[in-house]
Design a protein around this ligand. Structure first.
Ligand code: B12
Ligand code: SF4
Ligand code: SF4
Length: 403
């Protein structure tokens, strides 16, 4: 039997203050409350965005009623929106920009270097739900959401006063920046709504100009199909050729639009979630090791991390592209091995492209490319190998693909 913490029912405001304190104790850097009501404009904007095709293969974004939390919990009165900070102190690897490809280390986006935030967030939200019940002195219908539930999380964060929508489309929390992950506890508990944040980007447009793939159609509008996060994680097939060189050595996600954001520039220590702190294995991941990762190594690497979302072949495909972007001769032998013997045609095709990208450094790989161009069982691999060979030979062919 649950007991209230004091006799006499607390006001919605007192309860809100107590819930906020409980959330902070659980490690959330910020918490806010929004009435569980439809969003209106935001749902309309989402429909326009989908109609433009910017979502690519993310068809789940068109499913469900993302603009009303009550579609997920009919009894809902309040959405408790929370932010988990993961920016933490960043070492040289964490800050390095891979576009110049200075070594053979892969870049994994910051949010994915520690434990999988879905697991961390869900666990903390479950504890928060228990604390809410203890504070209310009764059972409460509630639903914990992070990322995967059909909800516009930026809108909820804004409505609950956590932050504002940056031109990067990301939620920026004043005093914390954008290196936060969002979660929600939809509850039947009535809590006084939080004040919205009155701030914005002003005249800044650093993220729009810095994006390596030119993924922003406009301020606040992203073409997901061009975003490196989409290309390296959501897209399990071929990475469009014209975008590959823009990936640098990023193999899982991208942080450029956050690295340049002035709201992330402060070095004041912030209340980060220890579970999201970088694991050494992910902060300094070797590209050759990733290309040649075996089944057991893959399981060990991705266990309880966000990398679980992608297959071993997708990681190897990304590693092949990244090796092609290193401009480093040490990338040639592993790429040649992958071209000759990787079981996945997707990986072989991207390895062929990468050898072509290495130019003169990969001169010794001409024979391997010609062989693949002539006899690989997969038509895409043959095509990529011939195209890479033509680039290596600069059209004056020493070794040719068959006509
Ligand atoms: C699909 C998705 C992606 C897609 C598309 C991203 C996008 N911007 O739409 C891809 C795979 C590209 C992606 C990438 C990343 N993602 Co993501 N993603 C999502 C997801 C699941 C849905 C987002 C969505 O609904 N997109 C559809 C578009 C239309 O919605 P929207 O961006 O919210 O657009 C609104 C605004 O732009 C606004 N708007 C439009 N015009 C205007 C004009 C003005 C003036 C204003 C104020 C607003 C405004 O209206 C739209 C509707 O409300 C959310 C989780 C969730 N359930 O919400 C996480 C989420 C947004 N992702 C997250 C993260 C961390 C990332 C990455 C940083 C990961 C990485 N390091 O690689 C990148 C960042 C890229 C970027 N600049 O957005 C976090 C963001 C945390 C934060 N601080 O904001 C979220 C919230 C997940 C989470 N639970 O924490 N993501
Ligand atoms: S995450 Fe990278 S690729 Fe995606 S919008 Fe931001 S800067 Fe561009
Ligand atoms: S970089 Fe500038 S424009 Fe982009 S989100 Fe940050 S403040 Fe806004």
């Amino acid at each position: 039997m649950l007991e209230p913490e004091e006799s006499g029912p607390p006001t919605h405001e007192t309860l809100a203050a107590r819930v906020a304190a409980a959330a902070r104790e659980l490690g959330f850097a910020r918490v806010g409350f929004a009435p569980a009501a439809p969003f209106g404009d935001a749902a309309l904007r989402l429909r326009g965005w989908l109609a433009s095709g910017y979502h690519g293969n993310l068809s789940y974004l068109a499913e469900g009623e993302r603009g009303d939390p009550r579609a997920l919990l009919p009894e809902a009165r309040t959405v408790i929106a929370v932010a988990l900070f993961y920016g933490g102190p960043a070492g040289p690897v964490a800050l390095r920009d891979g576009r110049d490809g200075r070594d053979l280390t892969a870049i994994v986006a910051r949010y994915a270097r520690g434990d999988d935030y879905h697991l961390v967030m869900k666990q903390k939200l479950a504890l928060l739900a228990e604390r809410c019940e203890a504070l209310a002195g009764r059972r409460l219908a509630s639903r914990a959401c992070v990322d995967t539930a059909p909800l516009l999380e930026h809108e909820l964060a804004r409505a609950a006063g956590l932050g504002f929508s940056g031109k990067s489309t990301l939620t920026i929390v004043p005093g914390l920046g954008s290196y936060v992950l969002l979660g929600e506890l939809i509850t039947e508990l009535e809590l006084t709504p939080s004040e919205p944040v009155r701030a914005g980007c002003g005249g800044c447009r650093a993220c729009l100009d810095a994006c390596p793939t030119g993924a922003f159609v406009d301020a606040h509008v992203l073409d997901a199909r061009r975003c490196i996060s989409y290309l390296t994680i959501e897209n399990q097939g071929t990475i469009p050729r014209e975008l590959r060189s823009r990936l640098g050595t990023r193999v899982f996600g991208c942080d450029v639009c956050q690295e340049v954001c002035p709201f992330n520039a402060s070095s004041t220590p912030k209340p980060g979630a220890p579970e999201l702190a970088p694991r050494p294995a992910l902060a300094t991941l070797d590209l050759v090791g990733l290309l040649e990762l075996g089944a057991a190594g893959y399981r060990k690497l991705v266990r309880r991390t966000a990398l679980r979302r992608v297959t071993r072949d997708t990681l190897a495909r990304n590693a092949a592209v990244a090796l092609g972007n290193t401009r480093d001769a040490r990338a040639v032998p592993p790429l040649e091995r992958a071209l000759g013997s990787h079981p996945s045609p997707l990986v072989r095709a991207h390895a062929a492209w990468a050898l072509g990208e290495l130019g003169e450094l990969a001169a010794d790989a001409r024979t391997a490319l010609a062989e693949a161009g002539a006899s690989d069982p997969d038509a895409d691999v043959r095509e990529e190998a011939c195209s890479a060979l033509a680039r290596l030979n600069n059209a004056s062919l020493a070794v040719r693909c068959p006509a």
